[in-house]
Design a protein around this ligand. Structure first.
Ligand SMILES: [Zn+2]
Length: 89
């Protein structure tokens, strides 16, 4: 009855593999689910120094002559305060 045992073993192995594949597919499916889109109402502002668009809520700001300017980084803000502007391309 060694042969019967071997076949049963192979069937079990096959089932385990199928279940494993199925579970792997589930995990992968969950992982590849599209990311939640950014919340609506996110306002993009343009950094006047480097021209990058940044999320307004995360931008650095400075106020000059009653106008608020937004920057992607401290470097850009410092450059702006020193009077540097984005090259007008
Ligand atoms: Zn910048």
């Amino acid at each position: 009855m060694v042969f019967g045992w071997l076949i049963r073993f192979l069937v079990v192995m096959l089932l385990v593999r199928l279940v494993w594949k199925f579970l792997g597919g589930l995990v992968q499916g969950a992982a590849s689910r599209p990311q939640v889109p950014p919340a609506e109402g996110v306002r993009l502002v343009r950094d006047p120094v480097c021209g990058t668009y940044i999320d307004q809520s995360r931008a650095l700001t400075t106020r000059r002559r009653g106008e608020v300017h937004h920057f992607c980084s401290e470097d850009c803000r410092a450059a702006f305060q020193q009077g540097k502007r984005a090259p007008s391309v």
